[in-house]
Design a protein around this ligand. Structure first.
Ligand code: APR
Length: 253
């Protein structure tokens, strides 16, 4: 629960964001691992992100997978277990609750979990893929597989080839279909408010989309307990955890 001092500190800014959201027709959300942190899904670069004393940034690469596909799959199988047992938290629910007949909410998420959808959000683009899909390394076909744990690691395709998680690893390009959805959204929508929530914004495309929304007239808001590379550029910084802050916003809408 945020302290009284924290509540008072964010109050004026919160009021600005609430007012803007009340009148908004189009809300863009850029979400990252911090949004799922309160569902006990560890972030990448924060506390609890390391697995077996291995840095996720060293596991989430194609070269790590080539070196030891079983180890990388053991990590994804562990994350699939965490996500299968996780539930949407107040942040996910508040974002789903923002959707209204006169207010469209479009979520671009780096998260490979499905907690936004499980909370009821209808327009979600996963730019880093999904932990529930597997891709055959031979023919590139993708399958949905929600079995936890996966029987036999590393999993193989019916054709005998290795399967990889259908996620975007560090250094890999984004799925063309997701980028096209994002581009279409920017072309079709006049964005009133852009919420950047729970992300370090490590990848330049996150900053690009945030600043593109700001240049098109949106109020750019960051919700994060810590400063990020984007903080100097936002219109409003709401410092704190997403669950508490979005819960407060929803209460006042
Ligand atoms: N509420 C809001 N923000 C939070 C919370 C919370 N409860 N807890 C942590 N954060 C913030 C942290 O301060 C940090 O800025 O979430 C951010 C998490 O940063 P990262 O772990 O780097 O996650 P993200 O920015 O989403 O990058 C993850 O990087 O490795 C790739 O593909 C991988 O999608 C993944 C992406």
């Amino acid at each position: 629960m945020p302290s009284e001092a924290q509540r008072r500190a964010v109050a004026p800014e919160l009021a600005t964001v609430v007012q803007k959201l009340r009148d908004a027709k189009n809300v863009l959300v850029l979400s990252g691992a911090g949004v799922s942190a309160e569902s006990n899904v560890p972030t990448f670069r924060g506390e609890g992100g390391w697995w077996r004393s291995l840095n996720p940034a060293e596991l989430a690469t194609y070269s790590a997978f080539q070196r030891d596909p079983r180890l990388v799959w053991e990590w994804y199988d562990y994350r699939r277990g965490l996500i299968a047992n996780a539930s949407p938290n107040p942040a996910h629910r508040a974002l789903a609750g923002l959707e209204a007949p006169a207010r469209e909410v479009f979520i671009i998420t780096q998260n490979v979990d499905d907690l936004h959808e499980r909370a009821g959000s209808r327009r979600v683009v996963h730019i880093h893929g999904s932990i529930w899909r597997l891709t055959c390394l031979a023919d590139g076909k993708t399958y949905e597989d929600r079995r936890v744990p996966l029987p036999g690691l590393p999993p193989t395709c019916a054709c005998g080839a290795l399967l990889r998680p259908d996620v975007v690893w560090i250094g890999e390009s984004l799925p063309a279909a997701s980028c096209a959805q994002v581009d279409d959204y920017f072309h079709e929508s006049w964005i009133d408010v852009a919420l950047v929530i729970g992300t370090e914004a490590t990848f330049s495309y996150i900053g690009d989309w945030a600043l593109r929304a700001k240049r098109s007239g949106a109020l750019l808001v960051e919700i994060n307990p810590n400063p990020t590379v984007l903080t100097p550029y936002v219109d409003v910084k709401l410092q704190g955890k997403a669950g508490a802050i979005l819960g407060e916003i929803n209460k006042r809408l």
